[in-house]
Design a protein around this ligand. Structure first.
Ligand SMILES: Cc1ncc(C[n+]2csc(CCOP(=O)(O)OP(=O)(O)O)c2C)c(N)n1
Length: 338
């Protein structure tokens, strides 16, 4: 059975993002912010099935860390992963199409928000299982080292993952094998509605220290501070000196998930949210950015083109729901000649 080839070219193709300058970092943070704002609109409008976990507020972490990586490096992401995928250079049109379940999506619309991946960019996948990406990152890093490659792999995870056994196993294995992994804990203060102060015995740095992994805490609202700390850990890992660990103190400005806004859970005060919004990582960087207004306009135009393209992409035929999931192509169907 012949399948229509999904459209692979878009008006906003992949390009290696320039994240090391104030302008480049700001452009990517603005792209992530506007992408996520659009995704919230699309959930409300019914264009995205289910919902999304918005990354708004945490942009400096993805952009700072990815700004310290080489194009051949890899990362594993989380349920809150759009920022990581974009900062590693993914095409916003194809990520939008993925969220909307379209054939043109990064994964032909079969993965959606929590399983977006782009192996060509080293994005080994978002992951709906809290903490699971850390083990995948260690495997990828160990494999790369054994193959004599200089790849460094970043594992992004939230403070909630600090209580997952898999994270501790991953830290231990990375330590004993000196795997070139950088563990990046985005401590945004909450695991769903559970405050980190109530849910974590000990500390993030304590977890890393227990396994002999060098760790630092950094201001996750300051993209330069994040990039510098990540750069040191990446350089150590690349030189064969083993894994590193960053705890980035940050905050999600929106609810845990789009569903939350309807639930009115009230687990954090308006004052607390306002305090963190006043530390907005984009506003903090903006005074040092030349022509920020022009960058804002260019990003808005890029996203408009991306959105038009994504919405014009067809939805998969229901009969093809399993295609491309297990192998590179359509699944055989009973009674249908291949
Ligand atoms: C293994 C596992 N347990 C529980 C869940 C349900 N769950 C989804 S997100 C989440 C909270 C995660 O918090 P954190 O790791 O701090 O990340 P954040 O949502 O703050 O980005 C939980 C408990 C899950 N997806 N996977």
């Amino acid at each position: 059975m012949s399948e229509p080839e999904a459209p692979r070219t878009s008006p906003t193709p992949d390009r290696a993002p320039e994240l090391g300058t104030p302008e480049g970092a700001y452009r990517m943070m603005r792209l992530i912010r506007e992408f996520e704002t659009l995704a919230l609109d699309w959930v409300r409008a019914g264009e995205i099935p289910g919902g999304v976990h918005p990354y708004i507020g945490q942009e400096a972490v993805a952009v700072g860390v990815c700004g310290a990586l080489a194009p051949g490096d890899q990362l594993t992401s989380t349920h809150r992963g759009h920022g990581h995928v974009l900062a590693k250079g993914a095409d916003p049109a194809r990520l939008l199409a993925e969220l909307a379940g379209r054939e043109g999506g990064l994964n032909r619309g079969r993965g959606g928000s929590m399983h977006a991946a782009d192996l060509s960019l080293g994005v080994l996948g978002a992951n709906g299982m809290v903490g699971a990406g850390a083990a995948i990152a260690v495997g990828a890093a160990w494999a790369a080292a054994r193959l004599g490659r200089s790849t460094v792999v970043v594992a992004f995870f939230g403070d909630g993952a600090l209580n997952q056994g898999v994270l501790l196993e991953a830290l231990n294995l990375a330590s004993v094998r000196r795997a070139p992994v950088v563990f990046v804990c985005e401590n945004n203060g909450y695991a769903t509605t559970l405050p980190a102060t109530a849910g974590i015995g000990g500390s993030a740095l304590g977890r890393a220290a227990a396994f002999g992994v060098p760790a630092v805490t950094v201001d996750g609202m300051d993209v330069d501070a994040v990039r510098q700390a990540a750069g040191e850990a990446v350089a150590r890992a690349r030189a064969g000196r083993g894994p590193g660990f960053l705890e980035c103190l940050t905050y999600r400005f929106e609810g845990h998930h789009t569903m939350e806004n309807r639930l009115r859970l009230g687990y954090r005060s308006a004052e607390e949210v306002a305090l963190w919004r006043a530390r907005d990582p984009l506003e903090r960087l903006r005074p040092r950015v030349a022509a920020a207004d022009r960058i804002d306009a260019e990003v808005a135009e890029r996203l408009r083109a991306a959105a038009d393209w994504a919405l014009a992409s067809p939805r998969p035929e229901p009969a093809g729901a399993g295609d491309w999931l297990y192998a590179d192509g359509p699944l055989p169907r009973p009674g249908v000649p291949a």
